[in-house]
Design a binder for this molecule. Structure first.
Ligand code: N01
Length: 537
């Protein structure tokens, strides 16, 4: 094998094939190849590793989770010695970190790049997966790990007349290696989710004019960008495992402890004090979960948060009409946004907010974009229009399990899976952070899941080489998750969390909302009961 991975896949027989060389795939590879001694390869359609962090390199791209928990813990030296420069690392730093991990563990020699897996078919007789690439190669693996990402199947609406437009159209989630220089240009951004707000705040100062095409405003708080805190570094170095375990045992693994106090149990003054402190500190998840315990479950508590943010919007944005347009009308119950100076951006003379809810985008013209009320001349249009999240990444691989069952059919009305990791009738297939995983930050949870299901692989190896989850156990898991989700405002607020961002996609519960500590307890209980609800053979 060369440093860039083996030359050909055709005809290979592997113990483990891993789809994806992002945060999940890289650790899965290290775990099965180096810790378990299995014959494994990772396959990725990108030309280099990093997954999300390879593709999403648009201006301003950074984590909005504390860098301290956006890391692996399996390599304790790298966990504590990596010198994160910022509290919320920028994309190049995250990618450099992932490359450092891969280099230290010599992972690249076991990764095949620029290769798209198009089909995965379970062969019952031979108890192995047959995998086909877009180039037509076929190879086999006894176990299949899909580290395909939660948000990696890009969504881009097709506005008519694309061929007429003389400017460039860039997709934020597939940002080019050599992007055009946008300084002084007329730039449009469609989309005001986490991606859009990072691009908008990053570009506003340098472009000639920025047109923000907003369909639905979202609640946004400051992020609180700054240097990586020395106190956190000290804490991690003193007790790396303790720090990791502490983070995992919080509800959402974002590097803070969620509040247990109801927003409705304190006085108005106390609420304002708590919200103001959270606003000054920054971080969207902290504003939503560290302030009070019931913002995402109680409409009344939710309104106390939205009233506060609404007040901020109207005090920051000079033009009352613009402030009103920027003010959401729905619950604060999407994946929370955070960016420093987002609302201030709309006070700039070179920034125009275009309401495409009341006057939708109709088509491209030669000069730019046409809405129901006007034409906007642009040099570049950036689409920050999101992802076919959670399920889209799996469904673009034609996957066939036992008895010819197609995943595309099984998930027609929404995903069905157990523990966020396994799917009944798709034996020896494991997902990293698949549907019905806990609603948490990712890297430490990826690691935890990978450790859990690869221990299950070891058990399978000792018990016949095949493991499948029982249908009844899967049904019970899905029912639990649906019940948990129904108790939250995420269920009734349109966003990728419930699939409502994609036209025609069934609205569904797709996450375990019982918190990471609860999730780990359930997973450990299953393992301790001899892998209850799994069949071996
Ligand atoms: O996608 P989104 P995203 N016409 O779905 C708009 C993670 N992430 O890429 O709401 C006009 O949130 C759409 O409008 P509407 C993070 O988990 C993390 O921003 O459907 N507009 C919306 O405004 C995040 O939640 C970071 O009305 C159209 C936007 O496009 C997730 O990725 C950074 C449209 C899509 O927002 C997804 O975020 C970036 C149309 N036809 C991303 N179609 C971190 O900070 C769609 N829109 C770590």
């Amino acid at each position: 094998m060369s440093d860039s991975g083996p030359d050909t896949l055709d005809g290979r027989e592997l113990d483990v094939a891993i789809i994806g060389a992002g945060v999940g795939g890289l650790y899965a590879l290290q775990r099965v190849r180096d810790q378990l001694g299995m014959n494994a390869l990772a396959i990725d359609d990108a030309p280099a590793l990093g997954g999300t962090w390879f593709w999403n390199k648009y201006p301003g791209c950074r984590v909005d989770t504390e860098s301290s928990v956006y890391a692996y813990s399996f390599d304790k030296d790298l966990f504590v010695d990596w010198e994160w420069s910022e509290r919320y690392a920028l994309q190049p730093e995250v990618l450099a970190y992932l490359n450092a991990v891969a280099d230290k563990h010599d992972l690249k020699r076991s990764i095949v790049f620029e290769t798209r897996i198009t089909e995965a078919t379970w062969n019952e007789d031979k108890s192995r997966w047959a995998l086909t690439t877009a180039a037509g190669d076929t190879f086999h693996a006894r176990y299949l790990i899909e580290g395909v990402g939660l948000l990696s199947s890009s969504y881009a609406p097709e506005f008519p007349g694309r061929g007429d437009f003389r400017g460039e159209v860039l997709l934020a989630s597939k940002w080019p290696d050599n992007p055009p220089d946008l300084a002084g240009k007329r730039v449009g951004v469609v989309g005001t989710g986490s991606t859009g707000i990072q691009i908008i705040t990053a570009l506003a100062e340098t472009v000639g004019h920025l047109y923000v095409f907003q369909r639905t405003p979202q609640w946004c708080v400051p992020l609180g960008v700054g240097p990586f805190p020395d106190a956190t570094r000290r804490r991690m170095r003193e007790d790396p495992e303790g720090f990791r375990d502490w983070a995992l045992n919080t509800g959402a693994v974002f590097g803070f402890v969620e509040s247990t106090v109801s927003a409705l149990d304190v006085s108005h003054e106390e609420r304002q004090r708590v919200y103001e402190a959270a606003w000054q500190k920054g971080n969207g998840f902290a504003f939503m979960l560290e302030t009070f315990s019931d913002i995402v479950v109680s409409p009344e508590a939710n309104q106390t948060a939205t009233d506060f943010i609404k007040g901020k919007i109207h005090s920051i944005v000079n033009d009352p009409g613009t402030a009103e347009l920027l003010t959401p009308k729905d619950y604060y119950a999407k994946r929370p946004l955070a960016a420093d100076g987002y609302y201030e951006t709309f006070n700039r003379d070179n920034v125009t907010l275009v309401d495409v809810k009341s006057a939708p985008i109709e088509r491209f013209s030669r000069a730019g974009l046409v809405t129901a009320t006007g034409e906007y001349a642009l040099d570049t249009l950036i689409l920050a229009t999101g992802f076919d999240a959670i399920t889209g990444n799996y469904l673009r691989i034609e996957t066939t399990g036992r008895g010819g069952l197609r995943l595309q059919d099984k998930w027609k009305e929404g995903p069905r899976a157990r523990c966020g990791m396994t799917i009944a009738d798709f034996p020896n297939l494991f997902m990293v952070f698949g549907p019905f995983s806990p609603f948490t930050s990712q890297p430490l949870v990826h690691e935890w899941q990978i450790d859990w299901f690869t221990t299950l692989v070891q058990e399978a190896e000792a018990r016949g080489g095949v493991v499948d989850t029982e249908q009844s156990a899967e049904d019970a898991w899905v029912a639990t998750c649906q019940e948990q989700m129904a108790g939250t405002l995420f269920a009734v607020t349109d966003s990728w969390i419930n699939g409502s961002n994609i036209p025609g996609k069934p609205r569904a519960s797709m996450a375990y909302m019982g918190g990471m500590a609860g999730y780990m307890a359930e997973m450990n209980a299953i393992a301790e009961a001899g892998y209850r609800g799994f069949r071996f053979g």
